[in-house]
Design a protein around this ligand. Structure first.
Ligand code: ATP
Length: 273
């Protein structure tokens, strides 16, 4: 059905206060909020507003969250689709979907278009992993390039895309006038993890023995998504134990569980061991 072609959110509630750490990325992406809110200021001076920015970083580090926060801060609609949805698609469907997306976005401008896992569409042409699926992927990529070139820089549409594989992207995507801005969204250091914990601890009823700094120290290598996961897992464990607040012990057990899950996932990825 048409409803599944892509997602559209008219009223985004997420703002920068939901995004912890990532100070540099936030600073860079704030410019885009400004472009969306005060396009006239730029137009008057003859400045060309960038069409797109690429958010680069490992899974779960907050790329989607950051893109949504831009829409939330600017008060504009958020259109999104995921590159991986295009992998198995009938001939012509991917390209048609992209055209449809831009058509609707133009009607709703100013707005954000977010393309998650753009590497699934935007792999450099002629080196895709899946034989047969390639032609259709290339059609989709070509239609994306055509659409990006086809709207004026002052049309109020800004395209954000996320990837953890910038190395495989077709260089055509990175040309000026397309995704000419790159913003890195890295895994958090201990200070960043503490800030992310604080965001996700807020809704929980915490026992007074919970030590946020300790939690941050004990979770090296965790991305924001895993920290969010630990916090919810700890609350679930506490509920199962019929506690009226979440204790440090619940967090310890939640961390063990999340680490266990990560190890299992890594084993599946690298069978030599
Ligand atoms: P993927 O590449 O897997 O799509 P992503 O980088 O887009 O991942 P998000 O989907 O934005 O990651 O993050 C998943 C969830 O993890 C968020 O909804 C949020 O709950 C939490 N999270 C991730 N990073 C942060 C952060 N910096 N601050 C607060 N929460 C975060």
């Amino acid at each position: 059905s048409r409803a599944t072609l892509f997602d559209a959110e008219n009223k985004v509630k997420i703002t920068f206060s939901d995004v912890a750490g990532l100070d540099e990325a936030k600073e860079e992406i704030k410019e885009i909020v400004d472009y969306l809110k005060s396009a006239d200021k730029f137009k008057k001076l003859g400045a060309k507003i960038p069409k797109g920015a690429l958010l680069i970083g490992p899974p779960g580090t907050g790329k989607t969250l950051l893109a949504k926060a831009v829409a939330g801060e600017a008060g504009v609609p958020f259109f999104s689709l995921s590159g991986s949805d295009f992998v198995e698609m009938f001939v012509g469907v991917g390209a048609a979907r992209v055209r449809d997306l831009f058509k609707q976005a133009k009607e709703k401008a100013p707005c954000i278009i977010f393309i998650d896992e753009i590497d699934a569409i935007g792999r450099s042409r002629g080196r895709g992993a899946m034989p047969g699926a390639n032609d259709e992927r290339e059609n989709t990529l070509n239609s994306l390039l055509v659409e990006m070139d086809g709207f004026a820089t002052d049309s109020g549409i800004i395209i954000l895309a996320a990837t953890n594989r910038p190395d495989v992207l077709d260089s055509a995507l990175l040309r000026p006038g397309r995704f000419d801005r790159q913003i890195s969204v890295d895994k958090p250091d201990v200070i960043g993890r503490e800030a992310i914990f604080r965001v996700h601890l807020k809704p929980l009823s915490l026992n007074e023995d919970v030590d946020v700094q300790k939690l941050a120290v004990q979770t090296p290598g965790f991305a924001g998504a895993e920290i969010a996961n630990v916090c919810n897992e700890a609350a679930l464990i506490a509920a199962r134990r019929n506690r009226d607040s979440v204790t440090m012990q619940d967090f310890q057990d939640a961390m063990d569980r999340v680490i266990g899950g990560l190890e299992k996932k890594n084993k599946l990825i690298s069978p030599e061991e």
